[in-house]
Ligand binder design. Structure first.
Ligand code: HEM
Length: 199
């Protein structure tokens, strides 16, 4: 049991869902059901998803490069952070549907890149469970989760970078966090390749 962070495994999914869903409901209560409030919810859920995603994305590199109680907790609970991100992005889709219903603006059509993001989120969520993972097999599982993870990294980074023009002060930290997370993983990759070949 990691003494530093008492909540583990499904408790993470429960607590993150409870917090994100409560804020979601409070925004609708405070702002009413209209296009602006749903757009606000799209942004809120994109940000909560990004934080959960980043924690799962940096876990293994942090634990290998500079192990600590926190990095150990992140690695032990990476699956549950990923599932929490999937639920948060499920609410991103609900907010998108809210705008579509109120404005008949179909943001899904011709949005191949964003749709593919949801395909990866869905496949990675399903294969986070034992049976589907066993059916897929270890090698394909690794390929799906590696390609999927980097594709989601790219989706978040592009979506936030596109908003720099709107407010660079607000969006620069998000882009910097995402790029720093990638650099952390690349450092580990380089260290792995540097390992002397034992002849
Ligand atoms: C069908 C799929 C998707 C649609 C239609 C969609 C739609 C949108 C829209 C309309 C916004 C702008 C909201 C606004 O500022 O008014 C937005 C923001 C965003 N979306 Fe999505 N999205 C989709 C999938 C995704 C995926 C898969 C990711 C990442 C993995 C993602 C990450 C983001 C991010 C990071 C923002 C910026 C949030 C902010 O301004 O703080 N979206 N999305």
């Amino acid at each position: 049991m990691n003494k530093l962070l008492p909540i583990q495994k499904w408790q993470i999914v429960q607590w993150s869902t409870l917090i994100i869903a409560t804020v979601f409901a409070l925004i609708l209560l405070a702002e009413g059901m209209n296009e602006e409030s749903f757009r606000l919810l799209i942004r809120f859920t994109a940000r909560s998803s990004c934080i959960l995603f980043l924690l799962a994305f940096i876990a293994s590199a942090w634990q290998k490069l500079k192990p600590s109680q926190v990095s150990k907790w992140l690695l032990q609970n990476r699956r549950y952070l990923g599932l929490s991100m999937a639920i948060s992005h499920g609410l991103h889709a609900v907010a998108i549907a809210g705008v579509a219903v109120l404005t008949s603006e179909n943001m899904v059509r011709d949005n191949f890149g964003a749709n593919l993001g949801y395909v990866f989120i869905l496949l990675m969520t399903i294969t986070s469970f034992k049976r589907p993972a066993a059916i897929l097999g270890r090698r394909s599982w690794k390929i799906l989760h590696t390609v999927g993870m980097y594709y989601l990294w790219l989706s978040f980074t592009v979506a936030f970078a596109e908003k720099l023009g709107e407010s660079w002060l607000f969006y620069t930290p998000w882009v910097v966090m995402l790029i720093s997370a990638l650099i952390l993983r690349l450092i580990l990759l380089i260290k792995k390749t540097e390992k002397p070949i034992v002849t």
